[in-house]
Write a new protein. Structure first.
Length: 176
């Protein structure tokens, strides 16, 4: 029997290590709370300034994050202040769409004279990406307009390939 077999280990050592970890984590949290309490609170910011502070989260392998990343980059490329970045638009399509769907999308765009990924002739001012009815569908809601023009919302269902997560179809939510 070597020294690392379970029969030779002392059970008391595990308890001591676990207790040490709990104590260290507890002290770390207590020290953090004490440090935060010692820092003077910032002056009250206006409601408008505090509303501007926001964050966007995501993580690798998540299809909602993937579709949100795609639409964010795509809208930015289409709505570039110096003009649409056609090279980036083309690269994004090549990366995120299956070749079969890309061909179908081109045909749809010629027929409808609109951007097939946005299902519109212009670029949305805002978009929301959320989970759909199953793990292969994501719902993307675009908001158009703003300012003096009326706000129009369209919702699309983005269907993904099960293995690689490439986009295989985009349809309006009313279409089935």
């Amino acid at each position: 029997m070597n020294r690392n077999t379970p029969a030779r280990r002392r059970p008391g050592r595990r308890v001591a290590i676990a207790a040490g970890l709990v104590l260290a984590l507890g002290l770390g949290a207590a020290a953090q709370v004490t440090a935060e309490a010692a820092v003077p609170a910032p002056a009250k910011a206006s409601a408008k300034a505090s509303a501007a502070l926001r964050s966007v989260s995501g993580f690798n392998g998540d299809v909602v994050t993937q579709v949100a990343d795609f639409y964010g980059a795509y809208v930015d490329a289409k709505d570039n202040p110096v003009g649409p970045d056609t090279a980036l638009v083309k690269a994004l399509r090549a990366h995120y769409l299956t070749p079969t769907f890309a061909k179908q999308l081109e045909a749809w765009e010629k027929k409808n004279k609109a951007d097939g990924l946005l299902r519109a002739q212009n670029v949305p001012v805002q978009w929301t990406v959320s989970e759909g009815g199953n793990s292969r569908e994501i719902v993307v809601t675009h908001t158009y307009g703003g300012g003096e023009s009326p706000t129009v919302r369209t919702s699309l269902v983005v269907e993904l390939e099960p293995v690689f997560g490439d986009i295989t179809d985009i349809r309006t939510t009313s279409a089935r």
